[in-house]
Design a protein around this ligand. Structure first.
Ligand code: FES
Length: 134
């Protein structure tokens, strides 16, 4: 595993995100409510620049919304700019196809600096069986 200092945490306040290049790979760094997350800047649909998309919420219709369509999870969803696939920033999971999950990378804040760890911890999944954990 290798740790990489991204920069001051203050530069990516809650709700903000950016894309950095580490070891030749573009990686999106997101601040969701004060917690940092990192995802590859590659959409699993047709390899679009996912992390250059917008961050917002999504619509849901379930028991939590009283079975009415409602806007939920504001600030937790990134939408691919190419064709609109939505991913949960906190887990990397695709919203419409839960069997698809992006690799995620550990991110910490040390002495006010965002530190990204590559080479371990993250796990990219594209599951084909419903018996596997999402
Ligand atoms: S490449 Fe991302 S939605 Fe198509």
């Amino acid at each position: 595993m290798a740790s990489h200092v991204i920069g001051p945490a203050a530069d990516i306040p809650p709700g903000a995100h950016c894309v950095v290049k580490i070891r030749g790979a573009d990686i999106g760094i997101f601040n969701v409510g004060g917690a940092y997350y990192a995802l590859p800047n590659v959409c699993m649909h047709q390899f679009g620049p996912l992390c250059e998309g917008t961050v917002n919420g999504t619509t849901a219709c379930n028991a939590a919304t009283g079975w009415h369509f409602a806007w939920v999870r504001e600030g937790e969803i990134v939408t691919c700019p190419w064709h609109g696939w939505e991913f949960d920033i906190t887990t990397g999971q695709n919203l419409a196809r839960p069997q698809i999950r992006l690799r995620s990378y550990p991110v910490t804040v040390e002495d006010g600096q965002i530190v990204l760890t590559l080479g371990g911890g993250g796990k990219e999944q594209r599951e084909t069986s419903s018996t596997q954990n999402a």
